[in-house]
Design a binder for this molecule. Structure first.
Ligand SMILES: Cc1ncc(COP(=O)(O)O)c(C=O)c1O
Length: 402
């Protein structure tokens, strides 16, 4: 399914609050915080010349977030950034002076952090980021996961010293439970989605993601003409679309939001003209995108800055994982988890469909940018889906880095 953006706010300037959270200065600040992380290095940007030529496009570049901060996904940029910011702000209040990130490991800052507990609900990757941020500053993290989150993903979060809480039910149930318990215990909820009255912290999470866009613009030979980004609650899509529209202005690329057909909350919101909660259906293989209600802040940005919304099917997501794992010709091998290649799968659909191709102006001069948002964050699952021995997955991931 495909829908051009017909919202009445389409192409209007971003809300000033969102412009402040996603602009050049905000991305610079998020980037500066990153430079204080031990395991920070820019993630690779790969060109896919063979696939670009097959699809009749100029270039395709993939930013490979499988290598982000040792966590396997771009989510490493958001939750941990918000945790660090919130600790520094609290320390500033207690010490009565501004506190810079350079002081993060000072004993008086760590003493403040030690008294703070951060909570969130997660499908996997966001919780890993919050837990890592809390461990870095010496705070406590309590992470709520629903019944569908695999044991492997739970173990990957617990590794950062977080307390794990299993919640019977869906992602929404885990969000509600995290909020309930956090309110009772006076913990701070660091959510990657926003709702009325809860916008600032998810805004910080999105600000963290802008560091990736800034990094990509520095790596790309030229700014892209088209960008396809996958959506769960829409946070990363909004961070990318918002940042690009703020820094590139009239030269901004055509921006397409890609949802799984089984969890198409952004697509359905675009169709309705306002944020909607959709009914739960069958689970999708794109586990990290299984969200049924968009983030309010993300919707506010995307209703203005996205040009189109589309969905892809289960088999598209698996086909793109296989194509990236077993590339053709000179294209490099890329390890893309179940939700990682969804933006690229959207491009492959759009470029091979005459109507979408024309509507989006895709042709042999197009320079397309997509993000592999995760590596094999669940290696067993990845291996089963792409037809690889589990013990080969880590080796392939190392190879893709080269
Ligand atoms: C790997 C991956 N890709 C994409 C997304 C979608 O991000 P958002 O929920 O901000 O739309 C997520 C969310 O958890 C994710 O983990």
């Amino acid at each position: 399914m495909f829908l051009p953006n017909r919202h009445s706010d389409y192409r209007k300037p971003l809300d000033p609050l969102d412009a402040e959270a996603l602009g050049e200065r905000a991305a610079g600040e998020a980037g500066r915080y990153l430079s204080f992380r031990d395991n920070h290095a820019p993630t690779p940007l790969h060109a896919l010349p063979v696939l670009a030529s097959e699809l009749g496009l100029g270039t395709i570049h993939v930013k490979d977030e499988g290598f982000r901060l040792g966590l396997g996904s771009f989510k490493a940029l958001g939750g941990s950034y918000a945790v660090i910011r919130l600790v520094l702000e609290e320390a500033g209040r207690r010490l009565g002076r501004p506190v810079d990130v350079a002081e993060l490991h000072a004993p008086e800052i760590r003493a403040v952090a030690a008294g703070m507990t951060f909570a969130c609900a997660t499908d996997g990757n966001h919780g890993r980021s919050v837990a890592q941020g809390a461990q870095l500053v010496g705070a406590r993290a309590v992470i709520f996961v629903h019944s569908g989150v695999s044991a492997e993903r739970v173990a990957a979060i617990a590794r950062f010293g977080a307390q794990m809480v299993r919640v019977e039910g869906t992602y929404d149930d885990s969000v509600a439970e995290a909020e309930r318990v956090a309110a009772e215990k006076n913990w701070i909820v660091v959510s990657d989605t926003s709702w009325p009255g809860y916008e600032r912290i998810p805004g910080l999470v999105m600000q963290g993601y802008t560091a990736m866009v800034r990094e990509a613009l520095r790596q790309l030979p030229e700014p892209p003409t088209h960008v396809f980004v996958q959506a769960g609650v829409g946070g990363v899509a909004a961070a990318v679309a918002g940042h690009l529209s703020l820094v590139l202005g009239d030269r901004r690329p055509v921006f397409v939001v890609v949802d799984p057909a089984r969890a198409a909350c952004l697509f359905e919101s675009a169709r309705a003209g306002h944020p909607v909660k959709i009914a739960h259906g069958e689970p999708t293989v794109m586990a990290m995108l299984e969200c049924y209600e968009p983030s309010l802040v993300a919707w506010r940005v995307l209703s203005r800055a996205a040009d189109a919304f589309m969905t892809i099917d289960e088999e598209d997501a698996v086909a793109v994982m296989k194509r990236l794992a077993h590339p053709v010709g000179k294209d490099p091998a890329i390890v893309a988890g179940e939700s990682g290649g969804v933006g690229l799968a959207g491009l492959m659909r759009a470029a091979t469909d005459a109507e979408m191709r024309t509507a989006l102006g895709l042709d042999e001069t197009s320079r397309v940018f997509v993000i592999n948002t995760e590596g094999a964050t669940d290696p067993q699952r990845f291996a089963a889906l792409v037809g690889m021995q589990p013990d080969r997955v880590a080796i392939r991931a190392e190879g893709a880095r080269a």
